[in-house]
Design a protein around this ligand. Structure first.
Ligand code: FES
Ligand code: FES
Length: 151
């Protein structure tokens, strides 16, 4: 069975077993290492990507569930103006320490601001609820999203 995914604007044929969770296909087959594997249990947010414009976790759902969908990973996030703005704001607010959670957070923030360009703090916190940061960068992440938002 052959699967076809559009990843960062490019159509890719996938040869991995269809049961393979998407994050392994991204990292191991396609060598897109920016998407991180953390808990592997949909509990930390490290593996977040965008699927048809919405944030989605990639560590459990098999790749076959994404057949025909448009996926944006951290490598493609700067292809939109919103993604560029979020990335720049994370840099300006130094909103990362070890950086392990950062890909997922940048993806989630981009999905949030694409849908709601000026979220209030509670809305932003709710959108980031699935995302853990063991380094305690949360205040700077919130500052970065506020900087990137059009308030
Ligand atoms: S690795 Fe997917 S949520 Fe933790
Ligand atoms: S910056 Fe280290 S886990 Fe978030």
């Amino acid at each position: 069975m052959s699967l076809s995914l559009t990843i960062n604007g490019t159509q890719r044929e996938i040869t991995s077993d269809p049961d393979t969770p998407l994050v392994y296909v991204l990292r191991d087959e396609l060598k897109l290492k920016g998407t991180k594997l953390g808990c592997g249990l949909e509990q930390c947010g490290a593996c977040a990507v965008m699927v048809d414009g919405k944030v989605a976790l990639s560590c459990v759902t098999p790749v076959e569930a994404f057949d025909g969908k448009e996926i944006t990973t951290i490598e493609g996030i700067a292809e939109t103006e919103t993604g560029q703005r979020v990335q720049q704001a994370f840099i300006e607010e130094t909103a990362a320490q070890c950086g392990y959670c950062t890909s997922g957070l940048v993806v989630a923030a981009t999905a949030l601001l694409s849908e709601n360009p000026a979220p209030d703090l509670d809305t932003t916190k709710a959108a980031l609820t699935p995302h853990l940061c063991r380094c305690g960068s949360h205040p700077r992440v919130l500052a970065a999203i506020e900087r990137a938002s059009k308030t």
